[in-house]
Write a new protein. Sequence first.
Length: 262
Amino acid sequence: MPDAFQRFDAHVHVGAWQTPDFAGHASDLADVRRVLGQAGFTGALVMPTDDGDNDGLARALAQAPDEPGGPRFLMAAWVDPHRPDDTLDFLERRGPLVRALKCHPSFARLPLTAPVYRPFLAYAREHDLPIVTHCGRWREVAGFEVALEAAAEFPQVSFVLSHMGGDGPTLVAGAAAAIRERGLDRVHLGTESIREPWVVGRAIDVLGADRLVFGSDHNLNHPASFLAVIDALGLSHGERERILGGNARTLFDPARFHANPT
C-alpha cells in the first residue's frame, strides 16, 4: 500500500464551526496537518465545517506546502442543499480536486432523499464519487434508514455512513444488519465518534472489515482516540490495514491522490 495510505483518516474538518454547540471551535490546515502527523496519519479526507467554505478549503490545499513525510490530503466538498447553485458552481470549477461529497442532513434539516439532493447524487454517480453522509439519532432526517433509501436508489454510488449509522450501539447494529439484508454492497460505515470497541467489532462480524472506513471527525475529536478503539479490537494485520487505509484507497482513488492540488 502506498505510504500515503498507511493510516488514512476519512473524516476531517478544516475551518471554524458556526453551530453554537461547538463554541466556535476552529482549526486551519496547518493545525490539522500537525495533529494528524503527531497521531501517525499519512493521509486524510478533509472537508469544510458547517460554514460550507469549499472555496476557502480549496485555496488552503493549493497553498499548503508539501512537507516530506507529512500527511497529504484529498478533499470532500460540502453540499449545501439550500444553496445548490453555489455548490454545483464550485464542482464545475474545481471538480478535479474533489474526491467525495459530504452531506449533513441534520444541519440542513433535510433528509438525503429530499429532491434538492438529487442533482448531487446524480453528480456523484456521473463522476464516481463517494457520498459521505452524516447519520444520527434524528431518524426521520438523518437516520441510517434514510441514507440506505438513497443508496438503494443510486446503487452505482458508494456511500460512507458517518458515525457507523448513528453513534449508538443499537443504531450501529441496525445499520450493519440493514446493509447486509438489503445487499447494499457499496455502503460503508465510518468509525468516527464510536468509542466502544465492541460496537465496532460487532459491525465487523456482520459486514466484514472491508466495509469499515476509519474516521475521527477531527477537528472535533482527536484521531489518536479512535485509533485506540481500532487497536483494542485485536484485529488481524489485514483487517486493520483495510480499516485504517486500504478501504479508503479503494473508495477515494489513489491515482488522484496528491499533496498540492491546483
